[in-house]
Design a protein around this ligand. Sequence first.
Ligand code: CTP
Ligand code: MG
Length: 247
Amino acid sequence: MTAVNARAVEPYWVVVPAAGSGKRMGADKPKQYLPLLGKPLIVHTLQNILRWPGLAGVIVAIAADDSEFGNLAEASDPRIHTVTGGAERADSVLAALEYLSTLAEPDTSVLVHDAARPLVASNDIETLIGPASAAIALLAQPASDTVKRASAENGTAVVAETLPRDQIWLAQTPQKAPLQILKDSLQAGLRENPAAITDEASALELAGYRPQLIAACRTNFKITQPADLLLAEALLTQQRTQQGEPS
Ligand code: CTP
Ligand code: MG
């Protein structure tokens, strides 16, 4: 990442929720610790984040029973802090924000980025942290497939309607907002309608904000199921080849 001058970017913190158990992956350990080209998935994500220009620090939310994070070399990086996460992703993010409030000013910009997204493109990060983006913004992918809303009929799913595709975006991370606004919005959202708070933007929307959508590369998918690991390995191998690194 060379196009953005780190001094031209307002410093920001990154929160990495990494306290999930990876049920859909169905592996014998949480997906963030599964090997991806010889390194745990979360190591790829953290090494990527540590290269972002203007980074002030990282808070990783890990599970109360996590026995792996402390063994990683990144655990002793002075820029990386840890907190204990909670039952849902939003609880983990909130725990990190509460800790961050003891270190940073209320108007500090925070980027929340899933541990399970190792492949976010540096160009998209540059856009998100750059001067042209709004204070409250997220990476997202415009839908490329035709999108159906489903309803149940005789025990099967049927199409209720086809949604206008040009209005559909799939939310990714990072999602960016000022610390105090994000914390207040998540707290209010978890109080009022916890099931609806599946990302930061949903809490911010509920609080009346209109997050900016920044079109991002679809390689920033969230590793969720076993096939996603294969795809991520193929993309990382191709990146290494392009950069002339040994694979
Ligand atoms: N996460 C978290 N705390 C939770 C649940 C999820 O910090 N209580 C994190 C995950 O570790 C992941 C990110 O939030 O990095 C996105 O969540 P998801 O992809 O749903 O991961 P899991 O919850 O681990 O997976 P699953 O839903 O399949 O169990
Ligand atoms: Mg989950």
